[in-house]
Design a protein around this ligand. Structure first.
Ligand SMILES: Nc1ncnc2c1ncn2[C@@H]1O[C@H](COP(=O)(O)OP(=O)(O)OP(=O)(O)O)[C@@H](O)[C@H]1O
Ligand SMILES: Nc1nc2c(c(=O)[nH]1)N=C(CO)CN2
Length: 187
């Protein structure tokens, strides 16, 4: 008689890897930002072993952080599921940024495209990647769009985003419903 799931031989997992929730933050304040973000999300969705679950609304946000004065950003958050390693995801994000001509000449300067990896499941920092992203919990441009698509989301070590968002400065953060970036997998 079958014992249900208890009969499944773990060896059948072979090379399969666990699926992690992955959160990306996308930003652009140079060039045709709506077109760049649209295409960048499409390219991310073409990544093997990664599924885009949801794409947040687009927000216009003032530059936050240390850096030269610069134009407002357009920001969005992408929720995904993936079996890829954090460093593989970072390499992919970097390659997508490069394909949109991001130059890193001015530190913290304006950019055509910036992709940050906010979290990869329960993974923590490794040699070349900081996880969860160490500044995400204080960034309105991450928390506000993220909350729209993941109301129960949490940053390990910092707390639920619904709480964190109450403590960030939302001045100048404007939801841009005139710019809609659809989930490429759900058209
Ligand atoms: N979670 C992460 N997401 C993105 N980049 C990361 C992460 N952890 C480490 N890095 C590394 O940080 C480097 C600097 O990133 P970048 O120049 O995009 O900084 P930034 O986006 O301007 O600032 P911030 O790090 O505050 O978001 C990247 O080249 C990357 O190798
Ligand atoms: N408004 C806004 N400010 C930023 C952004 C961004 O995407 N939007 N990205 C940064 C570095 O990742 C630093 N500051």
């Amino acid at each position: 008689m079958s014992n249900g799931p208890f009969d499944i031989d773990v060896d059948t997992l072979g090379n399969m890897r666990p699926i992690s929730k992955v959160v990306f933050s996308f930003g652009s304040n140079q060039g045709d930002s709506p077109a760049i973000l649209t295409r960048a999300v499409e390219v991310l969705a073409e990544t093997p072993d990664l599924i885009v679950v949801d794409v947040s609304p687009v927000y216009q946000t003032p530059f936050q952080g240390d850096g030269p004065e610069q134009d407002d950003y357009l920001n969005l958050v992408v929720l995904a599921e993936s079996t890829l390693e954090p460093m593989t995801l970072l390499d992919r994000a970097f390659a997508i940024e490069e394909s949109f001509g991001r130059e890193r000449t001015v530190p913290n300067g304006p950019r055509t495209l910036d992709i940050d990896i906010i979290m990869v499941g329960k993974r923590t920092s490794e040699e070349d990647i900081e996880l969860p992203h160490p500044r995400a919990h204080e960034r309105a441009f991450v928390l506000v769009p993220w909350l729209d698509i993941d109301p129960t989301g949490e940053i390990a070590g910092a707390g639920p985003i619904a709480e964190l968002v109450k403590h960030v400065d939302r001045t100048g953060v404007i939801r841009r419903d005139d710019i809609v970036i659809a989930n490429p997998g759900r058209r």
